[in-house]
Design a protein around this ligand. Structure first.
Ligand SMILES: Cc1cc2nc3c(=O)[nH]c(=O)nc-3n(C[C@H](O)[C@H](O)[C@H](O)COP(=O)(O)OP(=O)(O)OC[C@H]3O[C@@H](n4cnc5c(N)ncnc54)[C@H](O)[C@@H]3O)c2cc1C
Length: 624
């Protein structure tokens, strides 16, 4: 029996990293929103690694923050360790990484959701989406409640027909032994949405009290007070260490002796897994010449003895997992607290989506997060935010919010998902971004706060802080460009020689001097040539000065590309009429129906020669 339980403007199915951002964005933009989850105790769950950030992902977390999302603020409240990685490399690849207290992360997110105006949270399994004339009209729960709505955002992660695999033990389940969602897939298929099947895996969790840390190398947190969010206070919490160990030839022997029991090799696992996060047995087989693989032992929180073994994702039988662990230095007497497993699940191949993350088939239906074939908390949260924003904009009858590849990693992520063929779980990498020097973690607020303000997600406090920071950067930059020295300034040349830097021969500004790799803002502060300033400001001044030439070059490339990219393509364009296109390109263009030349140029299977053919065709048509 189905009964009418109420109506909302936007309903979000799933309260993982994507769902939380989607629901908060929609409610904060003024839409009456319902967030549904299979379990109230597993909101914003981290079913795998207890960390947020790292290369490409840190940039995304900061972009989410600049747009008014929650992930950065939440990890700032709940981290147990923070550090910047790749400090020896350029600013484009430096990245903040935080170890999370998983339980605290959940508690803080729950608090934020429950206190958000216009947002209701409901524990219910959605089994059906309802449509009329290819438009969303509502959803139905397992217990027969019908909620009407105009937009639905599905963020069901790895739960759709989730199947857990541990050796020859297999059962239907969601991550962490939760219920799977077995019915929603059928509803999507009924509505014309195609589904694929992917797989991911997680390592066993071990008991801290059974680990011998004296055989491992300590990985402490950073000495500095750090934060992801541009508005969080920079506080240093008591830091908990991670530990580095490695597998041994004995570990690899155990894996190989049991390889015929590994579901990955017996044909039991059919879904494609993430290439950048392979299971341990896969690494042992593929890199047979290697004697050791790095493994990081990481705390799962302050109030638990559970530790995560990064690098040991596996679906080997439990007895083999135990043997493998005990062959690792420091883990000789270890006890397992949770067994590692693989999970297979249904996903929506994302070429069925528009850049707004709305499905092409059903108006008002959006999908975001792991359901779109991605892997990773940050990728999920970013998509959730964009889908939530676009659902709210649709309700407000406004244009969709789309970030370009030169504006944000989020733009790269969504553009890749929609246009490239995704045949394995997608993970963001710095190498995927062609303009990565522009898309740094340090300037995410400069790139995106204005955009967040325009759509109504950046509140007055954040806006004021941002404007103050921008003024400060501008004023400081002016000082650096105005203050200059001549060869007659002996103090300067003594200083430069002391720093191993060439003395000046002409008048030179501080701005120009800062371009030298061995010279830093802190040196000028020490010499009292400038007033001491916030670390955030000096970081901007330093990057902007040192990389001025490279940044200008990338901006020029962006402009060039935009001239072509912005050329619009009609959704009615019949690519069969375009003479000279390669068959594969024709097929892919018909499938994707790109909205611009830029989008067309990035579709897998569409080569520069095809773009040229298309360009000539359009020019001819225009002239006629
Ligand atoms: C075993 C495992 C290993 C992983 N390993 C890694 C890794 O090594 N590295 C990495 O970066 N990422 C990894 N991930 C991926 C990462 O956990 C996900 O990408 C991320 O959590 C996805 O976020 P999401 O919001 O899309 O979905 P999830 O966080 O999975 O959340 C889904 C939400 O949807 C709800 N839901 C589902 N169906 C319904 C329904 N019908 N009705 C109501 N609610 C529903 C659930 O209750 C849940 O709240 C792993 C995931 C798993 C499960």
């Amino acid at each position: 029996m189905i009964y009418n339980a109420g109506s909302y403007e936007v309903i979000v199915i799933g309260a993982g990293h994507a769902g939380c951002e989607a629901a908060l964005a929609s409610a904060r933009m003024g839409c009456k929103t319902l967030l549904c989850t299979l379990s109230m105790e597993h909101i914003a769950l981290m079913p795998c690694n207890p960390s947020i950030g790292g290369p490409a992902k840190a940039q995304v977390v900061r972009e989410i923050d600049a747009l008014g999302g929650e992930m950065a603020i939440n990890i700032d409240k709940s981290n147990i360790q923070m550090r910047i990685i790749n400090t020896g490399k350029g600013p484009a690849v430096q990245a903040l990484r935080a170890q999370a207290d998983k339980l605290e992360y959940y508690r803080e997110m729950l608090k934020t959701l429950l206190t958000q105006k216009k947002l209701d949270v409901l524990m219910a399994e959605i089994q059906d989406i309802e449509t009329s004339d290819n438009k969303i009209t509502g959803v139905i729960t397992k217990t027969g409640a019908r909620y009407k709505c105009r937009c639905v955002v599905i963020t069901s992660g790895t739960y759709l027909k989730g199947r857990i695999i541990i050796g020859d033990v297999m059962y239907d389940g969601g991550p962490g032994n939760q219920f799977p969602a077995m019915k929603l897939s059928a509803s999507l298929l009924k509505n014309g949405i195609n589904l694929g099947r992917f797989k991911t895996g997680t390592p066993p969790r071990i008991n801290r009290r059974t680990v011998d840390f004296s055989k491992m190398i300590e990985q402490p947190g950073d000495e500095r007070a750090l934060a992801f969010s541009f508005i969080s206070p920079k506080q240093k919490k008591p830091q908990m260490s991670c530990w580095l160990t490695h597998s041994t030839p004995e570990t690899h022997r155990i894996v190989m002796d049991n390889i015929e029991r590994a579901p990955l090799f017996t044909g039991v696992i059919k879904g494609r897994g993430p290439r950048y996060c392979p299971s341990f047995e896969d690494k042992v087989v593929r890199f047979a010449h290697k004697d050791a693989h790095q493994l990081f032992v990481e705390p799962e929180g302050r109030h638990t003895e559970e530790m995560y073994v990064q690098g040991l994702n596996t679906s080997l039988p439990e007895d083999v997992q135990m043997e493998v662990l005990r062959s690792i230095p420091g883990l000789e007497n270890v006890r397992i607290m949770r067994t590692g497993y693989a999970i297979e699940y249904d996903y929506v191949p994302p070429s069925q989506l528009k850049l707004s993350l709305e499905t092409k088939m059903i108006q008002g239906l959006f999908t975001a997060g792991q359901i779109n074939g991605t892997s990773g908390y940050e990728e999920a949260a970013a998509q959730g935010l964009i889908a939530g924003i676009n659902a709210a904009l649709k309700i407000q009858e406004k244009e969709p919010f789309i970030l370009k590849r030169n504006e944000a990693y989020i733009g790269v992520l969504i553009d890749d998902l929609v246009n490239k063929e995704i045949d394995e779980p997608y993970r963001l990498l710095t190498s995927r971004a062609e303009y990565r020097l522009l898309l740094r973690q340090d300037n995410a607020d400069i790139r995106l706060t204005r955009r967040g303000r325009e759509i109504g997600l950046v509140d007055d406090t954040r806006w004021e802080l941002f404007n103050r920071k921008m003024d400060s950067i501008e004023n400081t930059r002016a000082v650096f460009q105005e203050v200059s020295f001549t060869p007659a300034d002996e103090e300067m040349n003594v200083f430069l020689t002391g720093m191993g830097s060439a003395p000046i021969k002409d008048r030179v500004s501080l701005w120009e001097l800062l371009k030298r790799p061995e010279i830093h803002v802190a040196d000028f502060e020490k010499m009292k040539w400038i007033e001491p300033m916030d670390a955030e400001i000096s970081e901007q001044i330093e990057v902007q000065s040192k990389y001025e030439g490279y940044i200008a070059k990338q901006l020029e490339q962006v402009k060039k590309f935009e001239r072509m990219e912005n050329r619009k393509l009609s959704p009615d364009l019949d690519y069969d009429e375009v003479y000279g296109l390669a068959n594969e390109a024709r097929q892919r263009l018909q499938d994707v129906k790109p909205t611009s030349m830029g989008q067309a140029s990035r579709i897998t299977g569409v080569n520069p020669a095809d773009i040229n053919v298309l360009y000539i065709y359009l020019e001819k048509k225009r002239r006629n």
